[in-house]
Design a protein around this ligand. Structure first.
Ligand code: CUA
Length: 155
């Protein structure tokens, strides 16, 4: 059977697209707490401290009673380092970095993302159990990496 050169090219193209499509479905289905930068939320890493809302990191209460928490990561700290939220609160965390890639993981929750310079990642969690939650950097970021943590007080 003779297959024309262009036909072969199109078959290859079609197959590649199919594989990419299947791959994206797989990622969407099984890796939903890996937050890939969406491209919609960017921030100049050099101007984080003057770009709202990251110029005032911390907690904001929304009209529906849920919360947004804005975090800035840098070597070797999170701002804010401490957060207090009422038990039962639904909180969406927004995080960026001013320097290198950091991790943003809240132990005992499914919040686990990367803090990437230039990008804003987000993850949401409802805190139904009171207690002190540890926020840790789980991405090696330099000599002070192991000291990079924060706390979230739920009460
Ligand atoms: Cu920041 Cu490790």
């Amino acid at each position: 059977m003779h297959i024309h050169r262009y036909e072969r090219w199109w078959m290859t193209f079609g197959l590649t697209m199919l594989v990419l499509f299947a791959g994206s479905i797989f990622i969407a289905a099984f890796a939903d707490n890996i937050n890939v930068p969406s491209g919609n939320q960017t921030v100049d890493p050099a101007k984080v401290s003057s770009t709202p809302p990251f110029d005032h990191p911390g907690l904001r209460r929304l009209p529906d009673g849920s919360y947004e928490a804005y975090y800035v990561s840098q070597v070797f700290m999170f701002t804010p380092s401490k957060l207090e939220i009422p038990v039962g609160s639904k909180v969406t965390f927004y995080v960026t970095s001013t320097d290198v890639v950091h991790g943003f993981e809240i132990a005992q929750t499914d919040v686990n993302m990367m803090a990437v310079p230039g990008w804003v990642n987000d993850a949401t969690h409802t805190f139904n159990r009171p207690g002190t939650y540890l926020l840790v950097c789980n991405e090696y970021c330099g000599i002070g990496h192991q000291n990079m943590y924060g706390t979230i007080e739920v009460k």
